[in-house]
Design a protein around this ligand. Structure first.
Ligand code: S3P
Length: 171
């Protein structure tokens, strides 16, 4: 089975995916990075030049490619879990782990980064909180397990993921 990390921007999906690669040797599929490489530009440029809908299509296409693989840790962009089609594709062969963090923590993690078109001009705790609220239900409904990341190390988060997946009989 694969493991898909979902959640809001800055919840640590990429960091945890890398850690799980080093701990468990799982192949990492870093969705944003792959899409950006294939398109030959940054995520912000894709949004600006081709539009969000185009980017969302690329995400779904990539999920279909990955779904046939095994033992993959899938680091999803923050919008992936908002589409039912994407959730169905992932669940065919994977468990979904929702990573969460408080708006303050997210802000501290992402404030210096510029490649997040949805936070352009809205890089503040309030805007993060608002967008997070609109997504909360979709994220929670998609998740097999939920792991809070505030104040925890990558090692602690990985251990918690492993324990919870085992407990649920998911691995
Ligand atoms: C998005 C999150 C980003 C990236 C794009 C859209 C979102 O990924 O896919 O900017 O809709 O939340 P990260 O969650 O890795 O920042």
């Amino acid at each position: 089975m694969n493991v898909a990390l979902i959640g809001f921007m800055g919840t640590g999906k990429s960091t945890i995916a890398k850690y799980m690669h080093s701990e468990f040797g799982m192949e990492v599929v870093e969705m944003d990075q792959i899409i950006a490489e294939r398109e030959g530009c940054t995520i912000a440029e894709i949004f600006a030049q081709k539009g969000e809908e185009y980017f969302r299509k690329k995400e779904t296409e990539l999920l279909k490619e990955v779904q046939v693989k095994d033992h993959v840790i899938l680091s999803c962009g923050g919008g992936v879990a908002l589409r039912n089609e994407n959730i169905s594709i992932i669940k065919e062969n994977g468990n979904i782990v929702l990573l969460t963090a408080s708006p303050d923590t997210i802000y501290e993690r992402v404030k210096a980064q510029e490649d997040r078109p949805l936070l352009k001009g809205k890089m503040n705790v309030e805007a993060i909180k608002e967008l997070m609220e609109t997504r909360r239900t979709a994220y929670e409904n998609a998740a097999d397990i939920i792991v809070e990341t505030d104040g925890k190390s990558a090692a602690q988060i990985c251990e918690e993921i492993r324990e919870k997946l085992e407990k649920d009989g998911n691995v």
